[in-house]
Design a protein around this ligand. Structure first.
Ligand code: IVH
Length: 667
């Protein structure tokens, strides 16, 4: 057997076992045998890059190559469905179809999966493209990420049309979602509100290796193309199951309206036992010929409708509203309720989000309120039963004006719903929150310290901010409650070790508003040290890829605050890494130092993002718009006429792609 034949054989076998395991739930070989085969194929492919194939089973492991998504136009627009919550409207839909068709018809009843929709294009039995819904006309090409989803076949078997599209829903199963949120909680990261957000968030990740680890699933529910096997929608999907697609087992054809309602009532309760989230039922006229007859309105097909399940809700009494202060000073109002049973758990507290929501509900203490879960983790108040108020009406809930922890007057930033306590440097929960963030695993990773110890140290006046941590000695803490010599030494050792944590994580640890891990990485790449960052203006900051006005503003105002500058200086004195290492800097030149460069047009040798990177690596700044400060314009083909005009007016040099590359290569 030649190497190529061996590779082909391994690929075919792995595709088959993948389908057996993930789609049919009927594995024939052990996980170990599967892994061994996969490794063998990976090794062969590495040795023989000439046999590379975009649909090889090895593509499922993903890669960490950073890629921005390219927008692709949909061949057929991705429409949405008309929604209804009422049985009467289902009847209307049915009767209208009956009247318009004037012949017998069947309705295909399906579950409405609550994930994120995807369009898959197959040519000659191979997955060639996966695109998100986007605005319905065009979406993001997320092919590399979708390839990591094991229930989506990369190659098909059987008698499939040479070219077709299939659409469906990408989902994060409940168990995966809950596990992911537990991990996020442990890392003190914001949680996903529901599996839908988790699925769409995951699909948009830049790193497909992380997507691969998230165990997404997919159900396909809509086949499109010029040469489909049957006239029935239901029948087409059954045939597509034979090509390797995962099609729901819970589709059912109904011949009467009564059968439609039986399906709806059955799944209204039964859906709670499904491994994935559903939020309703989709009803589709089954015959494609009849679908064409009924046609479309501007927004949705006349041959289909979605019946949405009522979110589960309960009625209970509002006893009090309390207010929590977060690490950034954001105030969260919380409703304290009479305990009530709601989809399997007892609810005592619910989020009220912000002042506008409270005002909109016209809440009064003692009101009977509706609580809903609807897929969110934290239940929310969705309404008030005003009829239950009777003669006695409690005091109107008014949003507090002062911080419940430190008494400072609250402020509200323009365009934001939340109120904030501005006393960043002296409000206890903000101070403690900042220290907790600073020590967390993804920031300075200081072991042995948790929220309780931070609280204890703070109460005992041992620490007032993050810099104080570096002044602690084992003797200061060894006699504290539940501590002892050994834990004390461990904590101090861990604090000392954090002096080696690299610049990008130190930046993240500072807890500057809107500067999360990714932003911190981008900043660390663009500045050699904290001094450069301190002196950066809004223009320079917004010139960095993915840094917008809001983040830039937040960074500038952080360093404009004397208390923050002072804190950073003390952390510097404590020996933290506030500069890039030599290693980080290698591969960088200063050939473009001090230059502000605008990129415009289409390029032949590198993508726009690559040019941004090249400019930054060579000490230049990429800025978004032309001004008198612009050094030159790196212009590809088809530079916009408005830009050209402005450049001429301001007498700014236009440098072609080739000239630019020459400029960098000259010694
Ligand atoms: S059919 C033109 N079937 O619901 C009809 N959609 O508002 C195309 N969805 O964007 C959609 N389960 O994301 C269809 N069994 C199902 C579905 C389903 C969930 C989602 C889909 C679509 C939205 C429609």
């Amino acid at each position: 057997m030649t190497i190529k034949e061996k590779i082909d054989e391994l690929r075919a076998e792995l595709h088959r076992h993948n389908h057996n395991y993930y789609v049919l739930n009927a594995p024939e070989i052990s996980d170990k045998e599967f892994d061994d085969m996969m490794r063998e194929l990976q090794d062969l492919e590495k040795e023989h890059p000439e046999y590379q194939d975009e649909t090889s089973p090895t593509m499922r492991v993903g890669s960490d190559i950073n890629k921005n998504f390219v927008q692709v136009a949909h061949q057929y627009p991705m429409l949405s469905l008309g929604n209804t919550y009422s049985e009467a409207e289902v009847t209307d839909f049915y009767e209208r179809a009956k009247k318009l068709l004037n012949e017998d018809f069947e309705i295909c009843c399906e579950l409405k999966y609550d994930g994120t929709s995807i369009s898959l294009t197959y040519e000659n039995g191979k997955l060639i493209r996966a695109v998100t819904r986007g605005d319905g006309e065009k979406g993001d090409d997320v092919t590399d990420n979708v390839k990591t989803i094991r229930t989506i076949p990369l190659v098909l078997h059987g008698n499939y049309p040479s070219s077709f599209e299939i659409r469906g829903e990408i989902l994060m199963p409940w168990v995966v979602f809950e596990q992911l949120n537990r991990e996020k909680e442990a890392r003190e990261e914001p949680l996903f509100a529901n599996p839908r957000n988790a699925a769409s968030g995951t699909l948009k990740l830049q790193n497909s290796a992380i997507v691969a680890s998230r165990k997404l699933d997919a159900y396909l529910y809509y086949l499109l193309g010029e040469e489909l096997p049957c006239d029935g929608h239901y029948e087409n999907l059954q045939v597509a199951a034979g090509w390797g697609f995962k099609i729901s087992d819970h589709m059912k054809k109904a011949r009467t309206l009564e059968e439609v309602f039986q399906y709806i009532r059955y799944w209204d309760t039964e859906r709670k036992n499904l491994p994935v989230a559903t939020d309703g039922i989709v009803l589709k006229v089954n015959s494609l010929r009849q679908q064409r007859n009924l046609g479309y309105t501007a927004k949705s097909p006349r041959w289909a409708i979605a019946y949405k399940f009522q979110a589960e809700r309960a009625l209970t009494r509002l006893n009090k509203v309390s207010y929590q202060v977060g690490r950034t000073g954001a105030i969260t109002p919380v409703a304290n309720l009479d305990p009530v049973q709601l989809s399997g758990t007892i609810v005592k507290r619910a989020s009220l989000h912000n002042a506008d929501i409270i005002e909109g509900l016209d809440l009064h203490i003692g009101d009977m309120v509706y609580v809903e879960k609807g897929g969110e983790i934290i239940p929310k108040i969705t309404g008030v039963d005003t009829d239950a108020r009777g003669m006695m009406i409690g005091e109107k809930v008014r949003f507090i004006t002062r911080c419940p922890e430190c008494g400072s007057k609250l402020i509200r930033y323009e365009g934001e719903a939340a109120h904030y306590c501005p006393n960043e440097t002296a409000c206890p929960p903000q101070i403690k929150g900042k220290i907790e963030h600073f020590i967390s695993r993804r920031a300075m990773n200081i072991d042995g310290l948790g929220p309780e110890t931070v609280d204890l140290f703070y109460r005992l006046n041992l620490i007032h901010d993050t810099a104080d941590l570096y002044k602690l000695y084992p003797d200061d803490i060894k006699n504290l409650d539940r501590m002892g010599q050994k834990s004390a030494e461990n904590i101090i050792r861990s604090i000392n070790a954090s002096r080696e944590v690299p610049f990008e994580r130190v930046l993240f640890a500072l807890g500057i508003r809107f500067v999360g891990e990714t932003v911190a990485k981008k900043i660390a790449k663009s500045f050699n040290n904290i001094e450069e960052l301190k002196n950066a203006d809004i223009d320079t900051l917004t010139g960095i890829d993915e840094i917008g006005e809001k983040i830039a503003q937040s960074i500038v105002s952080y360093f404009a605050t004397p208390a923050n500058r002072d804190l950073v200086e003390r952390l510097q004195a404590a020996g933290l890494q506030f500069a890039k290492t030599e290693e980080d800097r290698s591969g960088y030149t200063d050939k473009l130092a001090g230059k502000s460069i605008v990129i415009s047009g289409v390029f032949a040798h590198h993508s726009r993002d690559e040019y941004k990177d090249i400019i930054e690596k060579n000490g230049g700044k990429n800025v978004g718009s032309i001004s008198s400060k612009t050094s030159f314009i790196l212009a590809g083909d088809n530079m916009g006429p408005a830009k050209l005009e402005k450049a001429k007016k301001l007498n700014i040099d236009i440098v072609s792609e080739d000239e630019f590359l020459k400029m960098l290569n000259a010694d």
